[in-house]
Design a protein around this ligand. Structure first.
Ligand SMILES: [Zn+2]
Ligand SMILES: [Zn+2]
Length: 348
């Protein structure tokens, strides 16, 4: 089969490799769509994967075409999204069903082979079936959509809340989409001159601030009668943005830290003091929830897409075939043109 295989940092090759052999508990998925995640850029070009060679790609969907175990044969022919985190099932987090904080997880597309390939082997446990009215592209966005929902759920958002999102990239915009779906009275987006504001605009957001042109805290105070946002979400990963969230949150408000940190965080004392003086609640969020409950992040995401409540596929700005993946990586890496979600799609 064809696959994009990472042989070393910056050494991604489009080549022929064997179709994966299945082990007990596994299914073979014919990949139909796989998004390039922002995290794939440092994974491919800076940090590498946990071992080489590895096929990256963790935001994917496809059709189940084979199963190792007899009891899973009934899944053949089904369409599915796949939770990429493979829990150890033994640690304390796993015993509680909080698989996203598993301490010894495996991961499709970073620790083991993922989906920038024609086929990928996946544990049957990780599969989330999708209804016919959810497209493969939508299903491939289940991962970032679920990560965004997980982050917003950490905030205990409620109807009427003002939600400010710093960082209108894919995850930030998806958080904004969920905030609106959850009944936020106002969703405020803050970016800078490197942001692609067209993506959130294309899904109906118009309250946006370019922090290179206007002080975002002042802007948020204007938008909230001087009170600040009920919820401020940091979806960038810089100390300065995190500090801005602390300043932008209202008294008794909530800050959610989503962005992976780009470096050490040093905050001015007055900024840190906001946590104490305003009695803020600061939540961390990691990955997404995939316990077996009906309302886990993945099943909720699929249900909302199926019901037409959210349209994450509108954030897809670029589509490439498997053999053209480098073009998609280049656009994301160099920002040579405005982009949001870059999707690798496979023909029948
Ligand atoms: Zn991702
Ligand atoms: Zn575990």
């Amino acid at each position: 089969m064809k696959a994009n295989v990472l042989h070393g940092v910056g050494d991604l090759r489009y080549e022929d490799i064997p179709v994966p052999d299945l082990k007990s508990g596994e299914l073979l998925l014919k990949v139909r769509a796989c998004g390039i995640c922002g995290s794939d850029i440092p994974r491919i070009f800076v940090n590498g994967t946990y071992r080489f060679p590895t096929v990256p790609g963790h935001e994917f969907s496809g059709e189940i075409v084979d199963a190792f175990d007899a009891e899973n044969k009934s899944l053949i022919g089904k369409r599915a999204a796949v939770f990429p985190l493979i829990p150890c099932m033994e640690c304390e987090s796993c015993r509680r069903g909080v698989y996203e904080t598993c301490r010894r997880y495996n991961y499709l597309g970073s620790r083991c082979d993922g989906a920038f390939a024609e086929y990928v082997a996946v544990p049957a446990w990780n599969v989330a079936p999708i209804p016919d009215n959810v497209s493969f592209e939508q299903a491939a966005m289940c991962e970032p959509v679920s990560v965004a929902l997980h982050a917003l759920r950490r905030s205990n958002v409620s109807i009427g809340d003002v939600v400010a999102v710093f960082g209108p990239g894919t995850i930030g915009t998806l958080i904004a989409i969920w905030a609106r779906a959850c009944g936020a009275s106002k969703v405020l987006l803050v970016g800078n001159s490197t942001s692609n504001f067209d993506a959130p605009r294309s899904v109906g957001f118009d309250l946006m601030c370019n922090s290179d042109e206007k002080d975002p805290i002042e802007w948020i105070m204007e938008q909230t009668n001087g009170n600040g946002a009920d919820i401020a979400v940091e979806a960038v990963g810089f100390a300065g943005t995190f500090g801005s969230c602390l300043l932008a949150a209202r008294t008794g408000g909530t800050v959610v830290a989503v962005g992976n940190p780009h470096g050490d965080y040093l905050l001015p004392r007055d900024t840190y003091w906001q946590i104490l003086r305003k009695q803020l609640t600061v939540h961390g969020t990691w990955n997404s929830g995939f316990d077996r409950s009906d309302k886990n992040d993945w099943f909720s995401a699929i249900a909302a897409m199926s019901a037409g409540q959210i349209h994450p596929e509108k954030l897809i700005t670029h589509r490439f075939g498997l053999s053209e993946m480098n073009k998609g990586l280049d656009i994301m890496r160099t920002a040579s043109e405005p982009c949001c979600k870059v999707m690798i799609t496979m023909e029948d």
